[in-house]
Design a binder for this molecule. Structure first.
Ligand code: NAP
Length: 547
């Protein structure tokens, strides 16, 4: 007699709580649930916050707004939506963006699929049943076949690793957790630690209200004017007429914006022509100053140095005190090799009597005290401290969920030295899990990346279903190739030297100190990314194994 060993059968769909679960109800989760429910799937969205919106639900700090032109940030997939929505400002402020996302959810009746206040603690893959089992913070367990992680890329705030942080007795918070009720800053001594893109939006607003604002700066950041403006009915009507053209343009530029590179070589034009271009870009709005540029500024030290000196000069002109101006101009990195913050009166804010720059490069913080901060040369007392000290970018949200794939392998272990993915969407050993988007995706104008990744991951899952597959996984070889491609782009660009979340730097996280490079982003640009994804889909997903 011979023993017949039957392979365990995958769990039938009827046995699942949901066929698909989306984690996160931000810009990505909202679009993903629309796609899945359009297919008639039994799907839900689990969101840990009390409502939808993701980034735009959380970050309610004064000055929070897009650095993307509003009409390039909105979803492109519904003509009705494009026809109905009126963006009132070129760079939408947080309340309007949250209103927009609610408008979308209500228009397409998506709230019915969302569950709020649901933290996912763990996800375990069952390689017999071809299912994921999710354990929720509220004690519930959910079994599903497909998981879409719509975690966002900058959703886990980090507080400073400074001795004494728990001793402080005043009010303190990270901008991500800015209170939802109004904060009265009048008569208050306010400190802000950090000068990243977030702080650069907050500082001018807080300075208008607070009795005194202290900016605690460790490294200055390059920044350039946003030049926001109102969009009236007439301009909005024109934008509506041009939406096809606008989205087509965004699909052609590396950054997913209307702003695209100048195809001339830096060196083939005269210095006067370069200056003429730079003046125009500096006076223009949005990311033109960063992205409508000669490619050499991202690749060549000499070109970058010349342009950085131009921006330094423009910055100096805006600050009354020349000594202070020099402290606000970076010397450790060139313009544009880190994500460039856009600002409204940021540098002029330092001309106010109620604003003090505390230069931590000269006198570092020794400790946080009960009443404020002690640096190596002074003590400061504050009523409120704002820790604008960045995020555990890309992988932080994944580390918060105990994700165990095939053979119990933990994603956190696999990514210990940095993320490894296929297209920033799949991870070998973690079948049926799709990141929309994840680390190593082409992080461009964010909703453009969201649409690209959702529009790839959804048909991939449909392809599996249509062909009777209950499991798919990135092949190990294809994942390695994608990792090498990501590394290759870093190697070609000055960004590789940047002390920034794009290279995994965050001084507040052990293992993320400068020099421990993590290849967080695919830097090959949106169009190339799209081409590679399109080719993979057209060829029947050769880089994915189906079971
Ligand atoms: P960030 O760029 O990482 O900046 C963090 C800041 O905190 C840096 O100035 C850093 O100084 C400082 N810092 C961190 N730990 C510190 C410590 N222990 N002591 C003193 N200083 C400390 O973070 P972010 O400003 O929140 O911006 C993150 C990203 O969010 C941006 O790059 C952008 O992509 C996104 N964002 C987008 C928008 C928008 O689209 N409108 C707005 C805001 C933010 P060092 O440089 O010395 O480390």
């Amino acid at each position: 007699m011979t023993d017949v060993i039957h392979a365990p059968a995958p769990a039938p769909v009827e046995d699942l709580d949901y066929e698909a679960i989306i984690i996160g109800a931000g810009v990505a989760g909202i679009y993903q649930i629309k796609r899945l429910t359009d297919l008639g799937m039994n799907a839900t969205v689990l969101e840990s916050s009390a409502d939808l919106g993701g980034t735009w639900w959380n970050n309610r700090y004064p000055g929070a707004r897009f650095d993307s032109e509003s009409y390039t940030y909105g979803y492109s997939w519904s003509q009705e939506l494009l026809d109905e929505w009126h963006w009132t400002e070129r760079f939408s402020p947080q309340p309007e963006t949250l209103k927009y996302l609610n408008f979308v959810a209500e228009k397409f009746d998506l709230r019915q699929y969302m569950q709020f206040g649901c933290r996912v603690d763990s996800m375990r893959w069952d390689d017999d049943a071809h299912t994921w089992t999710l354990q929720l913070g509220d004690g519930r367990t959910m079994v599903t076949r497909f998981v879409y992680t719509a975690f966002g890329l900058l959703s886990v705030p980090t507080l400073p690793r400074i001795e004494g942080i728990d001793d402080y007795e005043g009010q303190a918070w990270h901008p991500h957790d800015w209170p939802h009720e109004p904060v009265d800053l009048t008569g208050k001594r306010v400190a802000i630690i950090g000068t990243g893109a977030t702080a650069i939006q907050i500082i001018p607003e807080v300075a208008k209200e607070a009795e005194h604002l202290y900016v605690l700066q460790r490294r200055p950041n390059w920044a350039a004017p946003l030049h926001n403006s109102v969009i009236d009915e007439e301009e909005m009507a024109d934008i509506r007429r041009r939406y096809d053209e606008i989205f087509a343009r965004c699909a052609q530029t590396p950054g997913g914006f209307e702003h695209g590179p100048d195809d001339r070589s830096f060196w083939e034009v005269t210095k006067e022509e370069r200056l003429e271009l730079w003046d125009r870009l500096y006076e223009g709005s949005g990311f033109g100053i960063w992205l409508s540029h000669f490619r050499e500024i991202f690749m060549e030290e000499r070109a970058n140095a010349e342009f950085s000196e131009y921006i330094a000069q423009r910055t100096r002109e805006r600050i009354d005190d020349p000594e202070l101006a020099e402290k606000l101009i970076p010397t450790d990195h060139g313009f544009g090799i880190q994500r460039v913050p856009l600002e409204t009166n940021y540098f002029e804010t330092y001309n106010r009597d109620n604003v003090t720059l505390v230069d931590l490069a000269e006198a570092p913080i020794e400790r946080i005290t009960k009443t404020g901060v002690k640096t190596t040369d002074a003590e400061y007392d504050f009523d409120i401290m704002i820790y604008s000290t960045g995020f555990d970018a890309f992988t932080g949200a994944y580390d918060q969920v105990d994700i165990q794939g095939v053979d119990g392998q933990r994603l956190a272990n696999k990514w210990n030295d940095g993320p490894v993915t296929l297209y920033g969407i799949l991870v070998h050993g973690f079948p049926n899990m799709m990141m929309v988007p994840g680390p190593q995706s082409a992080v461009v104008n964010f909703p453009r990346t969201v649409e690209t990744t959702v529009d790839w991951a959804t048909p991939l899952m449909e392809h599996a279903r249509a062909n009777g597959h209950t499991k798919f996984d990135a092949s190990a070889a294809a994942e390695q190739e994608w990792f090498d491609e990501c590394v290759g782009w870093y190697d070609r660009m000055l960004i590789k030297n940047s002390q920034h979340w794009m290279t995994g730097y965050n001084s507040n996280l052990p293992g993320h100190e400068f020099g421990n490079t993590r290849y967080n982003v695919y830097n090959g640009g949106g169009p190339r990314y799209q081409r590679l994804l399109d080719a993979a889909a057209a060829e029947g997903y050769p880089s994915v194994d189906f079971d």
